[in-house]
Design a protein around this ligand. Structure first.
Ligand code: PMP
Length: 443
C-alpha cells in the first residue's frame, strides 16, 4: 500500500493549514485515493459506489480512460496559452457547445468555475441592459464570490454577516419565493412564485437587469418546478426586458435526462452558465449567450486559464463521451428506476421519508420534513451508515435534511439495486435507533 497518512492524518493537516470554515462530510470520513468510473477507493482499499459524484461534477465517471487519455495527450503537447494566442481546442469546444445549447445561444466565454461563470453572466446582464437590479429565487445557490453570494438565497451559503439577511446587501437583489413549499401543491407554490415575480416586475421591472435561477434547485433540495413555470417566468421577464440567466451548473450535460434542464420545458434562457460536469473533474466553466447579448460584453476579456487547451480538450472528450454513450437518455431511464425504488422505500418508512423528488439522476429524499433539525441528524446517520456499507450519497436542502442522489451517469442498474438494498437496511437501523415501532415500518 502507498504511503498514505490516513483520514486522521489528513484531518490533522486540514485543522492546521486550511481555513477553519472548511467543512467535510462524515463523522469518520474516508481518505479517498482512487477513482474508477462510478467507484471510489479509500486508502485502505475499501470500494465505495459513488452516488453523489462530488455534487454532479463527475458525470462521465471518475478517471474515465477515454477522457483521461486525451487530456494527458494534450497535457504533453501544449499545456497552456491564454486566449490572447490562437489555439484550436477552445474554438472547437465553443463550436461544439453552440451545437448542443438551446436556441440561438452560440457564443461562449470560458472561465474556470461555476462562481466565475455566474459572476460573468451577471456582469454581462448589467452591461447589456444598462440596469443594476437582479432577481433570484429564495433558496437558490449561485457561488462563493461576492456578487454570486449576493444572489444566493440559501442562508448557509451567504457567508458575510452583512449578507446574512437577504435584501440587506449592496447589490440590489430581490428574492422571489421558489416554486416549492411543503404542504402546498407544486402548482400552488409555483403560482405564488409567479405572483410575487409579477408584483416585483410591476413595481420596478425597468430597473432589473436579470433573473438568475437554477432550473432544478440542487442545494435547495432538488426542487423540480411544474412544467409551466419557467415558460411563464421567461414570458413575464421578456415583457419587461429582463434577461433570464439559467444556472445549469449542477443540472447541465445530461444529469436531468436532457442535455440541459431548460430543454425539458423548451425554454431558451438569454444567458446559460455551465461548469461541473463539462470538465468531469477538470476545471472548466463558461457563460453563453446570443450574438446580440455577447456584443455588449465590452470589458477586457482575456482570462489566464479560461479556455486553456487542456481543459478544452477534456471538455471535448466529455461531450464526445456523453454523445457516444447517450448519457442524457441513460440518466432519464436509470433516474426512473432510482426514483421508483426510493418511492418504495418512502412507502415502507412513511414517518422517516417525507418526500422523494427529482428529475433524471438528480433525486432527493427528504427526511422528517416537519422537524428538519431532527431530519438533518438522521440524514447524517444515514450518510454514515451508507458509507460504512460502501455507498457515498450526498445531502442538501434548506434544513440539510435531504438525502441527495446524483451519481455519475455511468452508474448501472445493478449499482442502483444494491444501493437501494443497503439504504433499506440503513433506514431500518436508523429507524430502530430512534425508537422502532413508534415510527411504524411497513412490511
Ligand atoms: N451554481 C450552482 C447551481 C452550484 O451548484 C454551484 C456549486 N455547488 C455553483 C454555482 C458554484 O460553482 P463553483 O463551486 O464551481 O464555483
Amino acid at each position: 500500500m502507498e504511503n498514505y497518512i490516513g483520514p486522521e492524518g489528513v484531518l490533522a493537516k486540514r485543522r492546521q493549514y486550511f481555513y477553519p470554515c472548511t467543512s467535510h462530510f462524515y463523522r469518520n470520513p474516508p481518505q479517498l485515493v482512487k477513482g474508477e468510473m462510478q467507484y471510489l477507493y479509500g486508502h485502505d482499499g475499501t470500494c465505495y459506489t459513488d452516488f453523489f459524484a462530488g455534487v454532479s461534477v463527475v458525470a462521465s465517471g471518475h478517471c474515465n480512460p477515454e477522457i483521461v487519455e486525451r487530456t494527458v495527450e494534450q497535457l504533453k503537447t501544449l499545456q497552456h496559452t491564454c486566449t490572447i494566442y490562437l489555439t484550436q481546442p477552445n474554438v472547437d469546444l465553443a463550436e461544439r457547445l453552440a451545437g448542443v445549447m438551446p436556441g440561438g445561444l452560440s457564443r461562449t466565454f470560458f472561465v474556470n468555475s461555476g462562481s466565475e461563470a455566474n459572476e460573468g453572466a451577471l456582469l454581462l446582464a448589467r452591461l447589456h441592459t444598462g440596469r443594476k437590479g437582479f432577481l433570484a429565487l429564495e433558496q437558490g445557490l449561485h457561488g462563493r464570490t461576492y456578487l454570486t453570494m449576493s444572489v444566493t438565497g440559501l442562508r448557509m451559503w451567504r457567508s458575510d454577516p452583512q449578507l446574512a439577511e437577504p435584501g440587506k446587501d449592496a447589490e440590489d437583489v430581490t428574492f422571489i419565493p421558489q416554486p416549492y413549499e411543503r404542504g402546498m401543491s407544486g402548482d400552488e407554490a409555483a403560482r405564488r412564485s409567479i405572483d410575487a415575480l409579477k408584483a416585483v416586475l410591476a413595481e420596478k421591472g425597468g430597473e432589473i437587469a436579470a433573473m438568475i435561477a437554477e432550473p432544478i434547485q440542487g442545494n435547495g433540495g432538488m426542487i423540480v418546478p411544474p412544467d409551466w413555470y419557467f415558460p411563464e417566468v421567461k414570458a413575464l421577464l421578456e415583457q419587461y426586458g429582463v434577461l433570464l440567466i439559467a444556472d445549469e451548473i449542477q443540472t447541465g450535460f445530461g444529469r436531468t435526462g436532457r442535455m440541459f434542464a431548460m430543454d425539458r420545458w423548451g425554454v431558451t434562457p438569454d444567458i446559460l452558465t455551465m461548469a461541473k460536469a463539462l470538465g468531469s473533474g477538470v476545471p472548466v466553466a463558461a457563460f453563453a449567450s446570443t450574438d446580440d447579448i455577447a456584443a455588449s460584453f465590452t470589458r477586457p476579456s482575456a482570462s489566464t486559464f479560461g479556455g486553456n487547451p487542456v481543459s478544452s480538450v477534456t471538455a471535448l472528450a466529455v461531450l464526445d463521451y456523453i454523445e457516444a454513450h447517450r448519457l442524457p437518455e441513460r440518466a432519464e431511464h436509470l433516474g426512473g428506476l432510482l426514483l421508483a425504488g426510493l418511492q418504495a422505500l418512502a412507502a415502507r418508512y412513511p414517518q422517516l421519508v417525507s418526500d422523494v423528488r427529482g428529475a433524471g439522476l438528480m433525486i432527493g429524499a427528504e427526511l422528517y420534513a416537519d422537524d428538519s433539525e431532527r431530519g438533518a441528524r438522521l440524514v447524517d446517520d444515514v450518510l454514515e451508515e451508507m458509507k460504512d456499507r460502501g455507498f457515498i450519497i450526498g445531502k442538501n436542502g434548506v434544513g440539510r435534511n435531504v438525502l441527495a442522489f446524483q451519481p455519475p451517469l455511468v452508474i448501472t442498474e445493478e449499482d442502483i439495486a444494491e444501493m437501494l438494498a443497503a439504504l433499506d437496511q440503513a433506514l431500518n437501523s436508523v429507524h430502530e435507533a430512534i425508537g422502532g415501532n413508534e415510527h411504524g415500518v411497513r412490511a
